[in-house]
Design a protein around this ligand. Sequence first.
Ligand SMILES: Cc1ncc(COP(=O)(O)O)c(C=O)c1O
Length: 424
Amino acid sequence: MSLDIDKVRSHFPSLASGYIFADNAGGSQVISDVISRISDYLINTNVQLGADYSVGQKSTRRVADGAVTAKELFNASSVDEVAMGASSTLLMDHLTRAMESDVNEGDEFIITGEHESNVGPWKKLAARKGAVIKYWNPKPTLPVNPYSVALAIPDLLPLISFRTRIVAFTACSNILGSIIPVEEVVKAIRERAAKEGTKKLEICVDCVAYAPHRKIDVQKWDVDYCYFSFYKVYGPHVSVLYARAASLHPLTSLVHHFLKVDTLPYKLQPGGPGYEIAYATTAVVPYLLSLSPSNANSLDASFEAIAIHEQQLLKVLLGFLTDPEQVERGVRVVGDEKVGMSRVPTVSFVVTGQRAMKSKDIVKVFDAKDGVGIRYGHFYAYTLIDTLSPKLDVNDGVVRISLVHYNTVDEVERIVDILKEALA
Ligand SMILES: Cc1ncc(COP(=O)(O)O)c(C=O)c1O
Protein backbone atom coordinates (compact mmCIF):
# COMPACT_ATOMS: atom_id res chain seq x y z
CA MET A 1 0.00 0.00 0.00
CA SER A 2 1.62 3.29 -1.05
CA LEU A 3 1.48 6.53 0.89
CA ASP A 4 -0.83 9.33 -0.21
CA ILE A 5 2.06 11.78 -0.33
CA ASP A 6 -0.11 14.91 -0.72
CA LYS A 7 -2.08 13.92 2.36
CA VAL A 8 1.14 13.17 4.23
CA ARG A 9 2.61 16.56 3.37
CA SER A 10 -0.56 18.40 4.34
CA HIS A 11 0.16 17.43 7.98
CA PHE A 12 3.43 19.41 7.94
CA PRO A 13 2.83 23.19 7.71
CA SER A 14 6.52 23.92 7.02
CA LEU A 15 6.49 21.88 3.80
CA ALA A 16 4.06 24.31 2.16
CA SER A 17 6.98 26.69 1.54
CA GLY A 18 8.42 24.23 -1.00
CA TYR A 19 11.77 24.17 0.82
CA ILE A 20 13.39 20.75 0.47
CA PHE A 21 14.22 19.46 3.94
CA ALA A 22 16.97 16.86 3.51
CA ASP A 23 18.66 17.04 6.91
CA ASN A 24 15.95 15.02 8.62
CA ALA A 25 18.35 12.76 10.51
CA GLY A 26 19.36 16.00 12.23
CA GLY A 27 15.74 16.84 13.00
CA SER A 28 12.46 16.29 11.19
CA GLN A 29 9.66 18.73 10.47
CA VAL A 30 6.71 18.80 12.85
CA ILE A 31 3.09 17.81 12.30
CA SER A 32 0.47 20.52 12.81
CA ASP A 33 -1.25 18.61 15.62
CA VAL A 34 1.95 18.80 17.67
CA ILE A 35 1.97 22.56 17.27
CA SER A 36 -1.70 22.92 18.19
CA ARG A 37 -1.30 20.71 21.27
CA ILE A 38 1.55 22.88 22.53
CA SER A 39 -0.61 26.00 22.34
CA ASP A 40 -3.69 24.18 23.63
CA TYR A 41 -1.72 23.05 26.69
CA LEU A 42 -0.32 26.51 27.35
CA ILE A 43 -3.69 28.24 26.86
CA ASN A 44 -5.91 25.80 28.73
CA THR A 45 -3.91 23.71 31.20
CA ASN A 46 -0.73 25.53 32.11
CA VAL A 47 -0.64 24.81 35.85
CA GLN A 48 1.61 22.76 38.10
CA LEU A 49 1.09 18.99 38.00
CA GLY A 50 -0.35 16.95 40.83
CA ALA A 51 -2.88 19.46 42.20
CA ASP A 52 -6.44 18.36 42.95
CA TYR A 53 -8.29 21.25 41.30
CA SER A 54 -9.85 20.39 37.94
CA VAL A 55 -7.35 22.17 35.69
CA GLY A 56 -4.51 20.61 37.67
CA GLN A 57 -6.00 17.15 37.20
CA LYS A 58 -6.31 17.73 33.47
CA SER A 59 -2.74 18.98 33.11
CA THR A 60 -1.45 15.97 35.07
CA ARG A 61 -3.35 13.60 32.78
CA ARG A 62 -2.09 15.34 29.67
CA VAL A 63 1.57 15.12 30.66
CA ALA A 64 1.13 11.48 31.72
CA ASP A 65 -0.26 10.77 28.25
CA GLY A 66 3.15 11.67 26.82
CA ALA A 67 4.59 8.58 28.52
CA VAL A 68 1.70 6.51 27.13
CA THR A 69 2.70 7.62 23.62
CA ALA A 70 6.31 6.62 24.26
CA LYS A 71 5.18 3.29 25.70
CA GLU A 72 3.27 2.60 22.47
CA LEU A 73 6.20 3.57 20.27
CA PHE A 74 8.60 1.41 22.30
CA ASN A 75 6.00 -1.33 22.73
CA ALA A 76 6.99 -1.32 26.41
CA SER A 77 4.85 -3.35 28.77
CA SER A 78 4.19 -0.40 31.09
CA VAL A 79 4.42 3.41 31.26
CA ASP A 80 6.47 2.78 34.39
CA GLU A 81 9.32 1.82 32.09
CA VAL A 82 9.51 5.19 30.31
CA ALA A 83 11.57 8.22 31.40
CA MET A 84 11.48 11.59 29.63
CA GLY A 85 14.24 14.13 29.27
CA ALA A 86 15.34 17.12 27.25
CA SER A 87 17.50 15.02 24.90
CA SER A 88 18.68 11.47 24.37
CA THR A 89 22.20 12.55 25.26
CA LEU A 90 20.99 13.86 28.62
CA LEU A 91 18.96 10.70 29.33
CA MET A 92 22.02 8.53 28.69
CA ASP A 93 24.01 10.67 31.06
CA HIS A 94 21.29 10.15 33.68
CA LEU A 95 21.17 6.42 33.06
CA THR A 96 24.90 5.89 33.37
CA ARG A 97 25.04 7.97 36.57
CA ALA A 98 22.16 5.98 38.06
CA MET A 99 23.92 2.69 37.17
CA GLU A 100 27.07 3.55 39.08
CA SER A 101 26.28 1.39 42.10
CA ASP A 102 25.52 -1.61 39.89
CA VAL A 103 28.82 -1.69 37.95
CA ASN A 104 32.05 -3.19 39.26
CA GLU A 105 35.74 -2.84 38.57
CA GLY A 106 36.75 -5.15 35.73
CA ASP A 107 33.27 -5.23 34.17
CA GLU A 108 33.38 -5.01 30.40
CA PHE A 109 31.36 -2.65 28.19
CA ILE A 110 31.14 -3.42 24.47
CA ILE A 111 30.34 -0.29 22.48
CA THR A 112 30.35 0.81 18.86
CA GLY A 113 31.79 4.14 17.73
CA GLU A 114 28.47 5.48 16.55
CA HIS A 115 26.59 8.52 17.86
CA GLU A 116 28.43 9.72 20.95
CA SER A 117 25.28 9.50 23.12
CA ASN A 118 25.78 5.72 23.33
CA VAL A 119 29.58 5.93 23.50
CA GLY A 120 30.79 8.76 25.75
CA PRO A 121 28.51 8.06 28.75
CA TRP A 122 29.73 4.44 28.84
CA LYS A 123 33.37 5.50 28.55
CA LYS A 124 32.92 7.96 31.41
CA LEU A 125 31.15 5.37 33.57
CA ALA A 126 33.94 2.88 32.80
CA ALA A 127 36.57 5.45 33.81
CA ARG A 128 34.73 6.17 37.11
CA LYS A 129 34.33 2.50 38.01
CA GLY A 130 37.42 0.84 36.50
CA ALA A 131 35.45 -1.02 33.84
CA VAL A 132 36.98 -2.03 30.51
CA ILE A 133 35.86 -0.74 27.09
CA LYS A 134 35.84 -3.02 24.06
CA TYR A 135 34.85 -1.91 20.55
CA TRP A 136 32.58 -3.67 18.09
CA ASN A 137 33.96 -2.14 14.91
CA PRO A 138 32.34 -1.96 11.47
CA LYS A 139 34.22 -3.39 8.49
CA PRO A 140 34.04 -2.81 4.71
CA THR A 141 31.54 -5.04 2.92
CA LEU A 142 32.72 -4.35 -0.65
CA PRO A 143 36.35 -4.68 -1.77
CA VAL A 144 35.91 -1.76 -4.19
CA ASN A 145 34.72 0.68 -1.53
CA PRO A 146 36.65 0.93 1.77
CA TYR A 147 33.87 3.11 3.20
CA SER A 148 31.13 0.50 2.61
CA VAL A 149 31.35 -0.41 6.29
CA ALA A 150 28.82 -2.34 8.38
CA LEU A 151 28.70 -4.12 11.72
CA ALA A 152 28.65 -7.92 11.60
CA ILE A 153 27.60 -10.33 14.36
CA PRO A 154 30.67 -12.61 13.95
CA ASP A 155 32.87 -9.64 14.94
CA LEU A 156 30.82 -9.04 18.08
CA LEU A 157 30.57 -12.52 19.56
CA PRO A 158 34.27 -13.08 20.41
CA LEU A 159 34.18 -9.86 22.44
CA ILE A 160 31.66 -11.33 24.89
CA SER A 161 33.10 -12.81 28.08
CA PHE A 162 31.88 -13.74 31.55
CA ARG A 163 32.73 -10.13 32.54
CA THR A 164 30.56 -8.44 29.89
CA ARG A 165 28.19 -6.10 31.69
CA ILE A 166 26.93 -3.86 28.85
CA VAL A 167 26.53 -4.16 25.09
CA ALA A 168 25.56 -0.77 23.61
CA PHE A 169 24.86 -0.34 19.92
CA THR A 170 22.79 1.67 17.48
CA ALA A 171 19.72 0.16 15.77
CA CYS A 172 20.30 2.38 12.76
CA SER A 173 23.40 4.42 12.07
CA ASN A 174 22.88 8.16 11.56
CA ILE A 175 25.77 8.04 9.05
CA LEU A 176 25.65 4.63 7.37
CA GLY A 177 21.87 4.36 7.18
CA SER A 178 22.08 0.62 7.78
CA ILE A 179 19.68 -1.15 10.10
CA ILE A 180 20.99 -3.65 12.61
CA PRO A 181 18.73 -6.72 12.99
CA VAL A 182 18.33 -6.01 16.71
CA GLU A 183 16.37 -9.14 17.61
CA GLU A 184 18.94 -11.39 15.93
CA VAL A 185 21.89 -9.54 17.47
CA VAL A 186 20.38 -9.66 20.98
CA LYS A 187 19.63 -13.38 20.66
CA ALA A 188 23.21 -14.06 19.57
CA ILE A 189 24.58 -11.95 22.45
CA ARG A 190 22.45 -13.70 25.06
CA GLU A 191 23.29 -17.17 23.76
CA ARG A 192 27.02 -16.44 23.82
CA ALA A 193 26.74 -14.85 27.28
CA ALA A 194 24.94 -17.95 28.57
CA LYS A 195 27.82 -20.12 27.29
CA GLU A 196 30.39 -17.81 28.88
CA GLY A 197 28.54 -17.85 32.20
CA THR A 198 28.09 -14.06 32.17
CA LYS A 199 26.40 -12.98 35.42
CA LYS A 200 24.62 -9.78 34.49
CA LEU A 201 24.61 -8.45 30.96
CA GLU A 202 22.39 -5.60 29.80
CA ILE A 203 21.80 -4.29 26.30
CA CYS A 204 21.28 -0.62 25.42
CA VAL A 205 20.05 0.32 21.94
CA ASP A 206 20.13 3.81 20.46
CA CYS A 207 17.01 4.11 18.29
CA VAL A 208 17.23 7.82 17.53
CA ALA A 209 18.01 7.36 13.82
CA TYR A 210 15.79 4.28 13.62
CA ALA A 211 12.54 5.55 15.13
CA PRO A 212 11.45 7.80 12.21
CA HIS A 213 11.69 4.86 9.79
CA ARG A 214 10.86 1.58 11.52
CA LYS A 215 8.83 0.24 14.44
CA ILE A 216 10.67 -0.31 17.72
CA ASP A 217 9.71 -3.36 19.77
CA VAL A 218 11.64 -3.57 23.03
CA GLN A 219 9.75 -6.67 24.16
CA LYS A 220 10.29 -8.65 20.98
CA TRP A 221 13.89 -7.47 20.84
CA ASP A 222 14.49 -8.35 24.51
CA VAL A 223 16.59 -5.25 25.22
CA ASP A 224 17.09 -3.59 28.61
CA TYR A 225 17.47 0.06 27.60
CA CYS A 226 16.38 1.86 24.46
CA TYR A 227 15.94 5.52 23.56
CA PHE A 228 14.85 7.92 20.86
CA SER A 229 14.13 11.63 20.37
CA PHE A 230 10.70 12.90 19.32
CA TYR A 231 12.18 15.79 17.37
CA LYS A 232 13.32 13.27 14.75
CA VAL A 233 9.93 11.54 14.75
CA TYR A 234 7.83 14.49 13.59
CA GLY A 235 7.36 15.75 17.15
CA PRO A 236 8.77 18.29 19.61
CA HIS A 237 12.18 18.51 21.32
CA VAL A 238 11.92 15.87 24.01
CA SER A 239 13.43 12.40 24.30
CA VAL A 240 12.41 9.14 25.93
CA LEU A 241 14.31 6.29 27.50
CA TYR A 242 12.90 2.81 27.98
CA ALA A 243 14.31 0.92 30.94
CA ARG A 244 13.05 -2.60 31.58
CA ALA A 245 11.33 -2.82 34.98
CA ALA A 246 13.87 -5.37 36.26
CA SER A 247 16.71 -3.07 35.22
CA LEU A 248 15.16 -0.06 36.95
CA HIS A 249 15.15 -1.68 40.40
CA PRO A 250 18.89 -1.55 41.15
CA LEU A 251 19.35 1.97 39.75
CA THR A 252 20.19 4.76 42.17
CA SER A 253 17.49 7.42 42.16
CA LEU A 254 18.55 10.82 40.83
CA VAL A 255 15.53 12.65 42.29
CA HIS A 256 14.96 14.38 45.63
CA HIS A 257 15.49 11.97 48.53
CA PHE A 258 11.93 12.35 49.87
CA LEU A 259 10.22 11.33 46.62
CA LYS A 260 9.03 7.75 46.58
CA VAL A 261 10.22 6.31 43.29
CA ASP A 262 10.87 2.61 43.88
CA THR A 263 10.47 1.09 40.42
CA LEU A 264 9.18 4.19 38.68
CA PRO A 265 11.29 5.74 35.92
CA TYR A 266 11.17 9.07 37.80
CA LYS A 267 14.41 7.95 39.36
CA LEU A 268 15.93 8.81 35.96
CA GLN A 269 14.05 12.12 35.74
CA PRO A 270 15.62 14.65 38.09
CA GLY A 271 13.03 17.34 37.36
CA GLY A 272 9.90 17.12 35.25
CA PRO A 273 9.83 17.16 31.46
CA GLY A 274 8.55 20.27 29.65
CA TYR A 275 4.84 19.85 30.24
CA GLU A 276 3.50 21.28 26.98
CA ILE A 277 6.14 19.35 25.06
CA ALA A 278 5.37 16.05 26.79
CA TYR A 279 1.69 16.55 25.99
CA ALA A 280 2.41 17.50 22.36
CA THR A 281 4.06 14.10 21.73
CA THR A 282 0.59 12.56 22.00
CA ALA A 283 -0.12 13.76 18.45
CA VAL A 284 2.59 11.53 16.98
CA VAL A 285 0.91 8.12 17.26
CA PRO A 286 -2.43 9.22 15.74
CA TYR A 287 -0.48 10.78 12.85
CA LEU A 288 1.53 7.61 12.27
CA LEU A 289 -1.64 5.51 12.43
CA SER A 290 -3.19 7.75 9.77
CA LEU A 291 -0.54 6.40 7.37
CA SER A 292 -1.68 2.84 7.93
CA PRO A 293 -4.01 1.31 5.32
CA SER A 294 -7.56 1.58 6.72
CA ASN A 295 -7.97 -2.18 7.02
CA ALA A 296 -4.78 -2.50 9.10
CA ASN A 297 -4.73 0.51 11.46
CA SER A 298 -1.50 -0.57 13.13
CA LEU A 299 1.86 1.06 13.65
CA ASP A 300 3.50 -1.93 11.97
CA ALA A 301 1.48 -1.26 8.81
CA SER A 302 2.26 2.48 8.99
CA PHE A 303 5.99 1.87 9.19
CA GLU A 304 5.77 -0.62 6.35
CA ALA A 305 4.14 2.05 4.17
CA ILE A 306 6.84 4.52 5.23
CA ALA A 307 9.62 2.04 4.38
CA ILE A 308 8.18 1.25 0.96
CA HIS A 309 7.97 4.94 0.05
CA GLU A 310 11.48 5.59 1.33
CA GLN A 311 12.89 2.85 -0.89
CA GLN A 312 11.74 4.83 -3.92
CA LEU A 313 13.67 7.86 -2.68
CA LEU A 314 16.74 5.72 -2.06
CA LYS A 315 16.56 4.23 -5.54
CA VAL A 316 17.01 7.68 -7.11
CA LEU A 317 19.71 8.93 -4.76
CA LEU A 318 21.81 5.77 -4.48
CA GLY A 319 21.25 5.12 -8.19
CA PHE A 320 23.03 8.41 -8.92
CA LEU A 321 25.81 8.09 -6.33
CA THR A 322 26.73 4.53 -7.36
CA ASP A 323 26.45 5.14 -11.10
CA PRO A 324 29.77 4.07 -12.74
CA GLU A 325 30.29 7.65 -13.92
CA GLN A 326 30.16 8.96 -10.33
CA VAL A 327 32.26 6.10 -8.98
CA GLU A 328 34.86 6.97 -11.65
CA ARG A 329 34.55 10.62 -10.50
CA GLY A 330 35.57 9.48 -7.01
CA VAL A 331 32.20 9.38 -5.23
CA ARG A 332 32.14 6.78 -2.45
CA VAL A 333 29.05 6.03 -0.44
CA VAL A 334 29.89 5.75 3.26
CA GLY A 335 27.83 2.78 4.40
CA ASP A 336 25.49 0.45 2.59
CA GLU A 337 25.39 1.11 -1.19
CA LYS A 338 22.37 -1.08 -1.86
CA VAL A 339 18.73 -0.07 -1.96
CA GLY A 340 16.81 -2.41 0.32
CA MET A 341 14.76 -2.76 3.47
CA SER A 342 17.91 -3.16 5.56
CA ARG A 343 18.70 0.52 5.15
CA VAL A 344 16.94 3.87 5.56
CA PRO A 345 17.29 6.93 3.30
CA THR A 346 20.06 8.49 5.36
CA VAL A 347 22.80 8.55 2.76
CA SER A 348 26.39 9.71 3.32
CA PHE A 349 29.23 10.00 0.84
CA VAL A 350 32.66 11.47 0.24
CA VAL A 351 34.42 12.51 -2.95
CA THR A 352 37.87 10.95 -3.23
CA GLY A 353 40.56 10.51 -5.85
CA GLN A 354 42.44 12.92 -8.08
CA ARG A 355 39.56 15.38 -8.12
CA ALA A 356 38.69 14.93 -4.45
CA MET A 357 36.40 17.53 -2.93
CA LYS A 358 35.80 18.59 0.64
CA SER A 359 32.35 17.69 1.95
CA LYS A 360 32.03 21.31 3.01
CA ASP A 361 32.46 22.51 -0.57
CA ILE A 362 29.71 20.26 -1.88
CA VAL A 363 27.29 21.52 0.75
CA LYS A 364 28.31 25.09 -0.12
CA VAL A 365 26.89 24.62 -3.62
CA PHE A 366 23.54 23.66 -2.08
CA ASP A 367 23.61 26.56 0.38
CA ALA A 368 24.37 29.05 -2.41
CA LYS A 369 21.25 27.94 -4.28
CA ASP A 370 19.09 28.09 -1.16
CA GLY A 371 15.95 25.97 -1.14
CA VAL A 372 17.52 22.64 -0.11
CA GLY A 373 18.93 21.86 3.35
CA ILE A 374 21.71 19.28 3.60
CA ARG A 375 24.79 19.13 5.83
CA TYR A 376 28.31 17.82 6.16
CA GLY A 377 30.40 16.72 9.16
CA HIS A 378 30.70 13.84 11.60
CA PHE A 379 27.19 14.28 13.01
CA TYR A 380 28.50 13.34 16.47
CA ALA A 381 29.40 9.85 15.21
CA TYR A 382 32.94 11.10 15.74
CA THR A 383 34.59 7.76 16.45
CA LEU A 384 33.04 6.09 13.42
CA ILE A 385 34.26 8.80 11.05
CA ASP A 386 37.62 8.99 12.78
CA THR A 387 38.28 5.27 12.36
CA LEU A 388 37.38 5.01 8.66
CA SER A 389 40.29 4.04 6.45
CA PRO A 390 41.65 5.66 4.29
CA LYS A 391 41.40 8.41 6.86
CA LEU A 392 39.01 11.35 6.48
CA ASP A 393 39.29 14.83 7.95
CA VAL A 394 36.90 14.10 10.79
CA ASN A 395 35.48 17.62 10.97
CA ASP A 396 34.86 17.75 7.24
CA GLY A 397 33.38 14.26 7.61
CA VAL A 398 30.81 13.20 5.03
CA VAL A 399 28.10 14.86 2.98
CA ARG A 400 24.81 13.58 4.40
CA ILE A 401 21.46 13.67 2.64
CA SER A 402 18.83 12.34 4.99
CA LEU A 403 15.31 11.84 3.73
CA VAL A 404 12.08 10.72 5.34
CA HIS A 405 8.65 9.66 4.16
CA TYR A 406 7.41 13.19 3.43
CA ASN A 407 10.15 13.76 0.87
CA THR A 408 9.17 13.18 -2.74
CA VAL A 409 10.92 11.61 -5.72
CA ASP A 410 10.77 15.06 -7.39
CA GLU A 411 12.69 16.52 -4.46
CA VAL A 412 15.36 13.83 -4.71
CA GLU A 413 15.66 14.48 -8.45
CA ARG A 414 16.25 18.17 -7.65
CA ILE A 415 18.94 17.16 -5.15
CA VAL A 416 20.58 14.96 -7.79
CA ASP A 417 20.59 17.88 -10.26
CA ILE A 418 22.46 20.06 -7.76
CA LEU A 419 24.86 17.21 -6.98
CA LYS A 420 25.64 16.89 -10.71
CA GLU A 421 26.52 20.57 -10.76
CA ALA A 422 28.65 20.33 -7.60
CA LEU A 423 30.58 17.34 -8.93
CA ALA A 424 31.08 18.66 -12.49
C1 LIG B 1 21.80 8.08 16.19
C2 LIG B 1 21.66 9.23 17.16
N1 LIG B 1 21.71 8.97 18.47
C3 LIG B 1 21.57 9.94 19.39
C4 LIG B 1 21.37 11.25 19.02
C5 LIG B 1 21.27 12.30 20.10
O1 LIG B 1 19.98 12.74 20.27
P1 LIG B 1 19.72 14.04 21.15
O2 LIG B 1 19.99 15.22 20.27
O3 LIG B 1 18.28 13.94 21.54
O4 LIG B 1 20.64 14.00 22.30
C6 LIG B 1 21.32 11.57 17.66
C7 LIG B 1 21.15 12.97 17.24
O5 LIG B 1 21.48 13.35 16.14
C8 LIG B 1 21.46 10.52 16.71
O6 LIG B 1 21.40 10.76 15.39
